[in-house]
Design a protein around this ligand. Structure first.
Ligand code: SAM
Length: 295
């Protein structure tokens, strides 16, 4: 019986056999610790009815553990050099499909329709490439596929921003973007020592679960995003000043912003970082009647 991929000796052997050279630009830090993997997979709450999408299988460390517990695993790997490696390392498993594609370009609807017919739920599990964490998460959240849970490893500092609450230093447009769709919690902190090569920063596993109801009946989600980002452009400025810069020019702009804040019952002298998602939703809906049509 072969050892699990995520052991230091087996990983070294695979890297040696294939003369694999890590590409920093693709965020290649491979996990070599079965305990960490057990914890990650545990957070996924997988059963044989679960379909899993993994981003970036690398040499298959996490993929193997997912395949042991889920019904089906589809893994997107951008690096073509890893395909022959994965074909070898994952050969004992018949429930894995590796797709050689940039996940950001993937047609997720099509993948779900074709690959997961026999599954009753869909979970995303990944040790993400850190250079592209946020775009990948937003790609899933903004897609039309229904995801039941997301369990993802990322840079600790980014995870902290994603779960941050209003009034804290870490709270920003990223916190709002994530928490608009999902309930977010840090499931565990992961030290550098469980990867090869070791990254420069600590990591965290973030668990995201869809909100039962979306916050605040937002009329126009794209406009909402613009209002939120616009409110954080200069963190030390007031909401009023930031909105003046970010809203499109027009007649009586200042007055319209002031009136929208009044209707939303939000003091325009506040800073963006103090507004809850609910308040951003109200503000964006009020601003939309004046500024939304110009989009
Ligand atoms: N899952 C493996 C593990 O835990 O050991 C490897 C994780 S490594 C942090 C990230 C992986 O994502 C690498 O294999 C890298 O080639 C791949 N990757 C990077 N950008 C990608 C993208 N846009 N789409 C799909 N895979 C990507």
């Amino acid at each position: 019986m072969r050892k699990d991929i995520a052991t230091l000796s087996r990983t070294k052997e695979i890297i040696e056999t294939y003369q694999f050279k890590f590409k920093k630009s693709l965020g290649q830090n491979f996990l070599v610790d079965l305990n960490t993997l057990d914890n990650i997979v545990g957070e996924g709450e997988l059963t044989e009815k679960t379909g899993v999408i993994e981003v970036g299988p690398g040499i298959g460390a996490l993929t193997e553990q997912l395949a042991k517990r889920a019904g089906k695993v589809v893994a997107f790997e951008i690096d073509q050099r890893l395909l022959p490696v994965l074909e070898d390392t994952l050969s004992p498993y018949d429930n894995i499909t590796v797709i050689n594609e940039d996940v950001l370009k993937a047609d997720l609807d099509q993948v779900v329709a074709e690959q997961f017919q026999a599954c009753e739920e869909l979970v995303i599990v990944a040790n993400l490439p850190y250079y592209v964490t946020t775009p990948i998460i937003m790609h899933f959240l903004e897609s039309s596929i229904h995801v039941d849970r997301i369990v993802i490893m990322m840079q600790k500092e980014v995870a902290e921003r994603m779960i941050a609450k209003p009034g804290t230093k870490a709270y920003g447009s990223l916190s709002v973007a994530i928490q608009y769709y999902m309930d977010a919690e840090i499931a565990m902190i992961v030290p550098k020592t469980v990867f090869i090569p070791q990254p420069n920063v600590e990591s965290a596993v973030l668990k995201l679960t869809p909100k039962k109801e979306k916050v605040g009946n937002v009329i126009d989600e794209a406009f909402f995003g613009k209002v939120v980002r616009g409110s954080f452009v200069q963190r030390r400025k007031t909401l009023f000043n930031n909105l003046q810069t970010s809203m499109p020019d027009g007649k009586a702009k200042k007055e319209e912003i002031r009136l929208a804040c009044e209707r939303a019952e939000i003091d325009p002298r506040r800073r963006g970082e103090t507004l809850s998602i609910q308040e951003f939703a109200r503000l964006s809906n009020e601003l939309h009647s004046t500024f939304g049509e110009n989009e």
